[in-house]
Design a protein around this ligand. Structure first.
Ligand code: GN1
Ligand code: MG
Length: 369
């Protein structure tokens, strides 16, 4: 946004990529941070990822780096006993230090930059392409959860307070509604009613935490389909990228987020609201892939809340988009003033489809247990 290539190359040159920086270009479709692909003359893959962290969202961005360090230290310390499925490739993006040996760089304008290694020979997709792809995304989340299942949660900082705590988003929504006027339209009325009808249920996971049924674990926080890298040759998942929201939370936030993202083949950005559907075949494929790796650390109560999780995270993301629309688009990047409203409607339609298929989804969860 606004920066020129010379300035970007100067930022990239602060990092020790092991090769000369040839180019820096915008990369990916993140909704919060600014991501760039660095092309190098040399280095391990001739490429690296450079990111400017959104300081409006992440008030203490250095905590993201500390969490990533904790993850890398954990992976190194436990490598000998970690089980990566035989014959499979699995990589975690690593921190690239600056030439001064620091883990991040702050530019003259206060911009917070960090760099990570690039996972070569693989790519991400914005929507699920097939049941096989869905199973691989599920596998990736299971593999990631399995690798961090014995990382003590106390070693991770809370990089984003309130993240995925739906009652907190509702409280903020109420504040925004009380403080702002909004442009009345059929879509806005639909969304207002939608939230009003479901809000009493929105503490379902937090209530389970309060009853001691669910406990905090290290989580990824954002395991949407876009964040799973698929190997170009084998079609297998090789990495779960975007470690900004690695933090304490519930595995249910991750499972719900992965399902709400992957079982909507039209994707988050579609305008075809009436065609948005939660595909149960994809749900079965994701859970199959996920549980192939995660079964050993889930208990009976965990399974009981999976349905609530998928329904809730679709609701929560819709609520977050809708609130941001009402607030004047201050959080998510948008193309136009109605963008967040359209995104909210997609999630709300998806939630209706989830609700309409509750029995089928519950049966899938039950069968996979
Ligand atoms: C944001 O920035 P990005 O695209 O990685 C958001 C997630 C949402 C996602 C929806 C820190 O992720 O929670 O699920 O958009 N990240 C944050 O696409 O709020
Ligand atoms: Mg993210």
């Amino acid at each position: 946004m606004g920066e020129n290539l010379t300035a970007l190359i100067a930022v990239a040159a602060a990092f020790d990529f092991g090769g000369k920086v040839l180019n820096v270009q915008r990369y990916g479709s993140g909704n919060v941070n600014d991501t760039f692909l660095v092309t190098l003359d040399g280095g391990s893959s001739n490429k690296a990822i450079l990111q400017r962290v959104n300081r409006q969202v992440f008030r203490r961005p250095e905590l993201i780096i500390l969490n990533m360090r904790a993850l890398m230290d954990h992976l190194r310390a436990t490598a000998a006993r970690q089980t990566i499925t035989a014959g499979r490739r699995w990589e975690t993006p690593d921190i690239v230090p600056t030439r001064d040996g620091a883990d991040y760089f702050v530019d003259g304008a206060g911009g917070f930059w960090r760099a990570t290694t690039f996972i070569a020979g693989a790519q991400t997709y914005n929507t699920v392409q097939s049941c096989h792809h869905a199973e691989e995304v599920g596998y990736a989340l299971g593999q990631f959860h399995s690798l961090i299942s014995d990382l003590p949660v106390e070693k991770l900082h809370d990089t984003l307070e309130g993240f995925h705590i739906t009652p907190r988003y509702l409280a903020h929504y109420d504040e925004v509604l009380a403080g702002n006027g909004y442009k009345p339209s059929p879509e806005v009325h639909y969304a207002l009613n939608f939230v009003a009808q479901r809000r009493r249920w929105a503490a379902v996971l937090e209530d389970a935490v309060a009853r001691g049924e669910l406990t905090p674990h290290p989580i990824h926080g954002d395991p949407k389909v876009d964040n799973v890298m698929i190997d170009d040759d084998t079609g297998q998942a090789v990495s779960l990228i975007d470690l900004d929201t690695l933090k304490p939370g519930l595995v249910h936030y991750d499972i719900g987020d992965c399902l709400r993202s992957c079982c909507n083949p039209l994707g988050e950005e579609t305008d075809a609201f009436d065609e948005v559907k939660f595909e149960t075949d994809l749900c079965a494929a994701i859970l199959k892939g996920y549980l192939s790796q995660a079964r050993h650390f889930l208990n009976g109560k965990d399974y009981e809340h999976i349905y609530n999780a998928v329904r809730l995270i679709a609701f929560e993301l819709g609520l977050r988009f809708f609130t941001d629309y009402l607030e004047g688009n201050v959080y998510f990047k948008t193309k136009d003033t109605e963008h967040n409203l359209r995104r909210a409607l997609v999630q709300f339609r998806l939630m209706e489809s989830i609700e309409a298929q509750a029995d089928a989804i519950q049966a899938i969860i039950h069968d996979q247990q």
